[in-house]
Design a protein around this ligand. Structure first.
Ligand SMILES: Nc1ncnc2c1ncn2[C@@H]1O[C@H](COP(=O)(O)OP(=O)(O)OP(=O)(O)O)[C@@H](O)[C@H]1O
Ligand SMILES: [Mg+2]
Length: 499
């Protein structure tokens, strides 16, 4: 026990009894603390300051007192703003380290209860361990402030992520077809059943899936999406069900949670369900029925609580008839089907949609929103829109960016030979390939002509679908794989069709 020099007793002064020794130790500690801390005070059980150390006197002017006699004898809460000594008197519990800030500055303080022999709190001891801790403890305080800032940022990000991206109200449209689909969405949102969203490409199926989740009781839980068409077939099973630790060597050695597990308590959005390989369809059916998944390489099952929303632009019933989609899975998914209408079925919504899309385009591009003249609206309403709202959006975006005028007219959409005009021409022409063959006057080797024809057809399909490869493959009636293969061969196609 470190005793200060003046206190060190001569050998023969050391009391032989333990109580006496402890008393001496307590006395010595008190003296050491009084001298080595920046300041010390004692208050009695009636909150009155009964004593302050020499060091403490330094703080009196900043607290508004000329000398000790104005301070001692007063109630501590009347002379030390923000003091917490009363809590120690009330609870009898020490506060070993705290920051106290008042008009005299910021201090690192300790507060200890004082007890009598019966154990009752008879007062409290206040210690100022450091004054201006903001300078002496700068590194610690900076770190603390930074961590607190990071925590705050993370909380805000999390809240933003959890906030639903879309609600049912963000599905724009007041036409009978739009109102009906929104009514159905609200109704299924109340249930926990599987939902099947059907509809052409670009009609808003994904938006609707988000909206249904956001309106359901699972809204505060995750919405996890899998685009089945985008995941290589060999990886799909692991993606869905996860991999048990040790099942594989390498990157997956530690195991990995599947999407079902990640969506537990929430919603799993199975996009392009029509692209589900047959072999996996029966496994998916089992999970939907049992609400249990078995990770790859594991022999135990995990219970999950997942609501599934599936979407496809393919004709599942026809696929069932053709034997490429399992009938039992189809019936299981088809409990609550919702058909999202094509844009041409709700032409009355075009104006409101163009307005909302224009606002979004302006916000994202940082440019002012362009107005649409009545004849522009009329022109938009006359187009067939095979790529639906996605195509409408792309057309508006291209024309807004290319025109310097503040108002877009029908002529802005028709004018020029490049970009959106091509889209419109393609959209209206039932055989988009015709012009290429007609203009190829020069005799050329057949393979070159065929290649030109293919490239042209793919570019047009991509434009019509707003760059959606799946949808383009469908329009062209070729497989996804053969489209990808051609795009790999002619990567410039996508760049030109994006322009
Ligand atoms: N009713 C709507 N109101 C506003 N924006 C919409 C609406 N429907 C669709 N959109 C927008 O159109 C685009 C295409 O929608 P989405 O991706 O949901 O279509 P999809 O049906 O999933 O298409 P695909 O079958 O090609 O995947 C998105 O940018 C979406 O925000
Ligand atoms: Mg989609």
């Amino acid at each position: 026990m470190p005793l200060s020099k003046s206190q060190t007793p001569e050998h023969h002064d050391i009391p032989q009894d333990v109580d006496g020794l402890l008393r001496l130790a307590a006395q010595s500690m008190f003296d050491v603390l009084a001298r080595s801390t920046e300041g010390m005070m004692v208050v009695d059980r009636h909150h009155r300051v009964v004593w302050i150390s020499e060091g403490y006197k330094r703080f009196l002017p900043a607290l508004g007192f000329a000398d000790e006699h104005e301070f001692v004898g007063k109630r501590v809460e009347d002379v030390v703003p923000n003091t917490q000594m009363l809590q120690v008197l009330e609870t009898g519990k020490p506060v070993l380290v705290d920051l106290l800030t008042n008009k005299a500055g910021t201090f690192l303080v300790s507060r200890l209860p004082l007890r009598n022999d019966a154990g009752e709190v008879i007062g409290a001891l206040g210690l100022v361990l450091l004054d201006h801790p903001e300078t002496t403890m700068q590194p610690l305080i900076t770190k603390f402030a930074r961590l607190q800032q990071e925590l705050e940022d993370t909380r805000r990000q999390l809240a933003a992520q959890r906030r639903p991206k879309y609600t049912i109200a963000s599905f724009i449209g007041a036409s009978p077809a739009a109102l009906e689909v929104k009514r159905q969405a609200r109704r299924v949102a109340q249930t926990d059943s599987t939902v099947l969203l059907l509809g052409e490409t670009g009609t808003g199926k994904e938006l609707m899936a988000h909206a249904i989740h956001a309106a359901s009781r699972r809204a505060h839980r995750p919405l996890v999406g899998v685009n089945i068409a985008a995941v290589p077939e060999t990886l799909l099973e692991a993606e869905f069900f996860g991999v048990a630790p040790g099942a594989y060597t390498g990157a997956d050695r530690k195991g990995r949670d599947g999407k079902f597990k990640l969506a537990d308590g929430g919603t799993l959005f199975l996009d392009e369900i029509g692209d589900m390989p047959l072999a996996l369809q029966s496994k998916l059916l089992r999970v939907l029925q049992e609400q249990e998944v078995e990770p790859l390489g594991s022999n135990t099952v995990l219970r999950v609580d997942v609501r599934v929303i599936a979407a496809t632009s393919r004709d599942l019933a026809a696929m069932v008839a053709a034997g490429t989609f399992r009938a039992d899975l189809y019936y299981r998914l088809n409990v609550l089907p919702i058909r999202v209408p094509a844009l041409r079925e709700r032409l009355d919504d075009i104006e409101a949609l163009a307005e909302a899309l224009g606002e979004d385009i302006a916000r994202r591009s940082g440019m002012p929103q362009k107005l649409l003249s009545p004849d522009a609206i009329e022109w938009l309403m006359q187009q067939p829109w095979p790529g639906n709202i996605r195509e409408l959006r792309n057309t508006l975006e291209q024309v807004s960016l290319m025109s310097d005028d503040m108002q877009l007219t029908a002529a802005s959409f028709q004018g020029g030979s490049a970009g959106p005009a091509t889209v419109a021409v393609v959209a209206r022409a039932p055989q988009p390939v015709a012009p290429v063959v007609a203009t190829a006057q020069a005799v050329a080797p057949l393979p070159e002509l065929i290649e030109a024809l293919e490239r042209d057809a793919i570019a047009r399909a991509l434009q019509a679908t707003g760059g959606n490869r799946m949808a383009a493959a469908r329009l062209l009636q070729i497989s996804r794989a053969s489209l990808y293969e051609r795009l790999a061969r002619w990567p410039e196609i996508e760049r030109t069709s994006e322009a």
